[in-house]
Design a protein around this ligand. Structure first.
Ligand code: SF4
Length: 386
């Protein structure tokens, strides 16, 4: 059966970078693209929207992007919180604070500690939680993830994971325990750059990672988030490949909702000077994605400023993290190494209020409230039983 790598191998990253850089659309050509149905758009149209030349039409892009977002998502912005379970990692990624060679305080939460952290998240009103680990298949094995997903599923409306890539059978097992979604970012779609920044560990296996969303799709995981870490290679080309990947997933796995995140590189332990990507360029990338793929969720994390987050939420963002800690035990005040520095340090209630002030509807609890009736303390008690 086909996997995304079969299509990916036919596209050349550097050729697309040159193509995007050379675009010089007239206003008439640009308007024709904006008026086209997203279904009729090809990668060539997207390359125009992503090109530096599109900057002069940024207002038009923002207008169209907001229109499509309102049609599909209304005014809702879902808030979720990350919960770091572990910062142990056996992979070497040159840009990440958890990279195996970094001298940071390593910690893997016990399942009791994880539930206590989750309780602190729950108390802030959050019911959508993202569990994260590094890539250490032994310290945080699948059985560990299953146990935590199962316990948290009693209280949280959705539980997603951003851990190491897994096999289809593992995803099926986790779905049965209550897993709602996965996030697996390719980091860079430039194959040469991928090898330069991923020096060791399972992460080095580019195609195993690239086809991970396929395995999740085959396992009928409800939400699949993909993305690129902007700053590792040519940013507009990364966004083009991410959109190409997302469209493939939409066409092949109808049971799954697809979302995209575009984290910009941030300083981390051992990585102090990420390349600069302007807010204006960054906004254009999101607008282009919304115009090309009106149905995808667009995610923005606390890596970005409150100013930018609030502005983009009015145009195209549909999911935001809130009140985030990026180290294991961070909500309880445990000392351990964080993955990256966050910028938007507002509390969950401050973020929710800021969104209401701009006439958006922050969603922390949705779906059937009956499914949330079990107090989280019961899970804690359950976990403490012999
Ligand atoms: S990016 Fe992921 S795999 Fe790489 S060092 Fe960080 S946690 Fe480990």
């Amino acid at each position: 059966m086909m996997e995304f790598s079969d299509l990916y191998k036919n596209e050349d990253f550097d050729s697309w970078s040159r193509e995007i850089a050379q675009k010089t659309p007239s206003k008439r050509e640009f308007d024709q693209i904006l008026s086209r149905s997203p279904r009729d758009m090809g990668l060539d149209d997207l390359s125009v929207l992503l090109s530096p030349a599109a900057d002069m039409y940024l207002e038009d892009m923002a207008y169209r992007s907001r229109e499509l977002t309102r049609q599909r998502f209304g005014r809702t912005v879902q808030l979720y919180a990350p919960l770091y379970l572990s910062n142990h990692c056996r992979s070497t990624c040159t840009y990440c604070g958890f990279s195996v060679g970094n001298q940071i305080h390593r910690l893997t939460l016990t399942s009791d500690q994880a539930l206590q952290e989750a309780e602190l998240v729950y108390e802030q009103g959050i019911r959508h939680i993202l569990l994260l680990t590094g890539e250490d298949y032994k310290k945080t094995p699948i059985s560990y993830l299953q146990e935590i997903v199962k316990k948290l599923s009693q209280n949280f409306r959705s539980i997603n994971i951003e851990v190491y890539p897994l096999g289809m059978e593992d995803y099926i097992q986790l779905r049965r325990e209550g897993l709602n979604g996965i996030a697996v970012y390719q980091e860079t779609y430039n194959p040469k750059r991928y090898q330069q920044v991923h020096l060791g560990g399972v992460k080095k296996q580019i195609f195993y990672r690239l086809n991970c969303p396929d395995r999740a799709g085959k396992a009928k995981i409800r939400q699949i988030a993909i993305g690129a870490l902007l700053g590792l290679a040519d940013p507009p080309t990364e966004v083009l490949f991410t959109a190409f990947h997302a469209r493939y997933l939409i066409q092949n796995y109808w049971q799954s909702e697809i979302s995209i995140s575009l984290p910009r590189l941030r300083p981390a332990e051992g990585y102090k000077q990420p390349p600069m990507i302007s807010d204006r360029d960054y906004a254009r990338f999101f607008f282009a994605l919304r115009i090309f793929l009106p149905e995808v969720g667009l995610v923005l994390s606390t890596r970005e400023s409150s100013f930018l987050r609030d502005h983009l939420a009015q145009i195209c963002i549909t999911q935001m993290s809130a009140g985030s800690k990026t180290e294991p035990g961070g909500y309880s005040g445990e000392e351990s190494g964080q993955q990256f520095e966050i910028i938007d340090t507002r509390t969950v209630s401050e973020i929710a209020e800021a969104l209401r002030q701009i006439d958006l509807d922050p969603v922390m609890v949705d779906g059937n409230p009956d499914t949330l009736s079990t107090p989280i303390e019961s899970s804690l008690e359950t976990s403490k039983s012999p």
